[in-house]
Structures are given as C-alpha cells and as structure tokens.
Design a protein around this ligand. Sequence first.
Ligand SMILES: C[S@@+](CC[C@H](N)C(=O)[O-])C[C@H]1O[C@@H](n2cnc3c(N)ncnc32)[C@H](O)[C@@H]1O
Length: 317
Amino acid sequence: MTEVCNVTEFVHQSVLLPEVIEALRPRAGGRCFDGCCGGAGHSAAILEASAPTGFLYACDQDGDAVATANERLAPFAGRFEIQRRNFSELADWIPSGSCDGALLDLGVSSHQLEVGPRGFSFQVDGPLDMRMDRRQGLTAADLVNGLPERELATLFWELGEERESRRIARAVVRERDMRPIESTRQLADAVERVCPRNGRRIHPASRVFQALRMRTNDELGALQRGLRSATDILAPGGRLAIITFHSLEDRMVREFMRAECRDYDLVEGADADLPHYRIPRPARASLVTRKAILPSDAEIRTNPRARSAQLRVLETL
Ligand SMILES: C[S@@+](CC[C@H](N)C(=O)[O-])C[C@H]1O[C@@H](n2cnc3c(N)ncnc32)[C@H](O)[C@@H]1O
C-alpha cells in the first residue's frame, strides 16, 4: 500500500523525553530498542545519548512512521535498524538478552490523529479507518457497521469507559440502519445527536473513537504480548520503559511489572494471590520507581497530549 505522508508533514512532540533518557541510560557501545518509533523523537534522543557507538533497533507498524523515522535518523546512519512491524513479536528479529534498554511509547502519534485520511479523528473528516498498520484488513468502519448493538455498547464501556455506552450504541445502530457509517464526521454527528456537547471541553465522541481505535488495532492484545517480547530481549540489568495513556494499559503494565518482581508464579486458575497457590521461582526484575513518573505541569502546558501519560520502568535482574 502506498503511504500518503511527506516526512516534513509528520508532526509529533515526544512525551516525557528527558525522563525516558534518564530511565534507559543509553550508553556508547550499548543497544536499545524503540518499539513505537513514530516520528523518531525518542529514537533520536537515544542515539544522541549513546553516541558514538550505541545501536538502536526501532520499529513501528505504521508505514508513514517508518518512512519518517528512517529520514529523521539518517544522521545516525550505520547505528540503527528500523523495521515496519508490530512490537508484539520480536523473537525472529532481535536476539534475546541482547539489549540494555527497551521503550514502548504506546498509543497514537499526533500525525495519525491529525491526518484526515487515516480516519482516527472526530475533528477532521475522513474515512472511518483507524488502522495503524494499513496492511491489516479490519477497519473501524467494519466494527461500527458489523458488531451487534450489545457488543458495541460493551466496547464503548470497556475500552472507552463511556457512561452513555448503551445509548450511543443504539444511536449508531439507528444511523447504520439508514445508511452505512463510512466517515468520522458521520459517526461523530450520530454520537453528538444523543450526547450533545452542552459546553463540555471533551467532545462527546472522543471516548467512542478511543475505544474503536484500541479495538481496531488490538492495542491491549499487542501490549500483553509486547511486554513479554520486550522483556525477553533485555540483558540482565536492562531497563524496560513504558509510556501509557489509558488506565487499562497502565493497569496491564503495572501488573506485569509486579509479577516480574515476585519470586513466585501463581498456579493456573488461581483466583487470588494466596500462599498455597504459589510456585516459587527467582524474581526476574525490580522496579526502578515504585510509582509511575508523570509529566510536569510545564510539559502539559506546552503539550496537552502529555496530560494522561504515565511512565513505568523495570530493571531486569
Ligand atoms: C505515541 S506514538 C510514538 C511517538 C514516538 N515515541 C516519538 O517520539 O515520535 C506511538 C506510535 O506507536 C505505534 N504503535 C502503536 N502500537 C504499536 C505496535 N503494537 N507495534 C508497533 N507500533 C505500534 C503507532 O503507530 C505510533 O506511531
């Protein structure tokens, strides 16, 4: 599929940049991995901090991002390798135990949100697409026009945390019964008709769009697998840094990191962490900071997109 983006048009301000560099401690001769390279802001900072001989593996499932990152990282030629792929599967690419740092800066880039034809935004009209990887078949329009009303409501509730999920699902079904929902504007208008804006700052369709985006790209499934694959490529003493923007993602990261720090597994099917369910094993990691690292007020002022970001960092033993 041909990509639509010109590299100069790709705009994204990296979130928690100094904090990520402090967490990963890139060094000359070291190897890092950036699983969400996007506009390559974090990637470039990692390469700068690990000059002159640090190496970076980077990937993104979005072709626009990979093209942009390749151009932006050109000054570091010979010190990086970029692939278009999902970070959830790294075993056939990066040798296990070979990296000192790994970063997942989850979610979407501003570029994806702002370019109409990508179909992520209720603010810019475009086809209801939302695929980060346009080689994939399923689009947001397939979900909106194909899922039963009940499943739509569950989706808006679970991934969008939308309180009006049932009412909105009903409105979506009413709209699609008249004609298929094909554009972002058509969907946003259908939502707004049952949940008027009434002066609210947040657009009433924003949670619905978030839920559809997360489901279209199987973001939680990719994260669950990606946590394991990104940890497996780390050498002992390596650091895994994850930036989340959604409470369900953050919970998954927190629970994964806690489990890596424990010195036992739970038997399959255990419904609670009780001593008689525990199977001892050595702990695999420790937390670098107990609590999530949050953006400063100054960062949120200059980049409002940072406001829901949380950074968690793990160090392998
Ligand atoms: C927040 S942006 C990253 C921005 C980047 N860190 C920077 O500084 O410019 C998130 C990127 O991750 C990519 N992405 C999300 N999930 C992915 C996955 N499972 N595999 C590969 N890339 C993914 C998106 O396509 C998007 O480009």
